[in-house]
Design a protein around this ligand. Structure first.
Ligand SMILES: [Zn+2]
Length: 277
């Protein structure tokens, strides 16, 4: 990963293009986790007219998908199954989970990207006890992020676990993006709230930001197929799509079947760090 996204974001015109191109297009549906991690359908945003004519999507004109497997570290079976998938896949690991070390080791062994899956406070329902919230001071937020990063050596980015409340709080988001930037990592907004604060703040801070496009949730074959098709179409249309999935058995089964088909569909998997450029 190069740090040039920060430069692009600071750089005005190209920064706008980067954010728009990597911006969210598709939300999820309601439901337990989905309710937290999918804020609902968001309007499709057209690529702005001032996009440079010679802007080339990642992958040399071929559509690419960056797949992130969230919530890893709670148990070994999901880690074993993740390791059997064709990669590259980014592994987003809960820093304080019992098997987080094993998940991080898998990422290192495979040469895959490792993300710190940072717990942030949700609007409703149970948040993890260590979730960062609006009640925390800036110093507490900085320290909590530092502890999380230090538990996962080799992590190249951070994304939010839940966080529909905290990610709608401008002070929290600003502190978060500043801290991640200062650690020379990038932030992937999982988009658990319709608020676009992270995009606004990343722009003004010059902080490297990626934004989730599609959640691939365990909502049955038809639901997963529809979400996957949205991701594929998006990748073909704009060059790349960022997909977040959770390590449920049915989702892992689905991915084991679909990932090997990407090549023949004119698509390929890339490391998410390749999109930070
Ligand atoms: Zn999560």
């Amino acid at each position: 990963m190069r740090r040039s996204l920060a430069f692009l974001l600071v750089g005005g015109l190209l920064g706008g293009a980067a954010v728009y191109v990597l911006g969210p297009r598709i939300g999820g549906r309601s439901g337990d986790r989905r309710q937290e991690e999918s804020p609902g359908t968001t309007p499709t945003k057209a690529v702005p007219a001032d996009t440079p004519a010679d802007f080339e999507p990642a992958g040399g004109g071929r559509g690419v998908i960056a797949l992130v497997l969230d919530d890893l570290g709670n148990g070994e079976p999901a880690i074993v199954r993740a390791g059997q998938l064709p990669g590259p896949i980014a592994l987003a690991v809960l820093p304080d989970a019992p098997a987080s070390g094993s998940a991080a080791a898998l990422a290192r062994r495979k040469g895959w990207d490792l993300l710190v899956h940072l717990p942030l406070r949700a609007e409703s329902g149970a948040s993890r006890p260590d979730a960062i919230s609006s009640a925390d001071t800036e110093q507490e937020i900085v320290e909590a992020i530092g502890r999380a990063i230090e538990r996962l050596p080799g992590a190249i980015g951070v994304n939010n676990h839940q966080g529909s409340a905290a990610m709608a709080d401008r002070r929290v988001v600003r502190t978060l993006l500043q801290t991640v930037r200062d650690r020379h990592l990038f932030f992937l907004d999982s988009r658990t709230t319709p608020a676009r604060i992270a995009e606004e703040e990343a722009r003004s801070l010059g902080a490297p930001l990626l934004v989730r496009d599609v959640f691939l949730d365990a909502d049955g074959e038809a639901g997963m197929a529809a979400a996957w098709e949205r991701a594929r179409k998006l990748a073909l249309r704009k060059g790349s799509a960022i997909v977040i999935a959770h390590p449920h058995t049915e989702t892992l089964d689905f991915l084991a079947r679909e990932l090997p088909r990407l090549e023949t569909q004119g698509l390929r998997l890339v490391k998410i760090s390749e999109l930070v450029d």
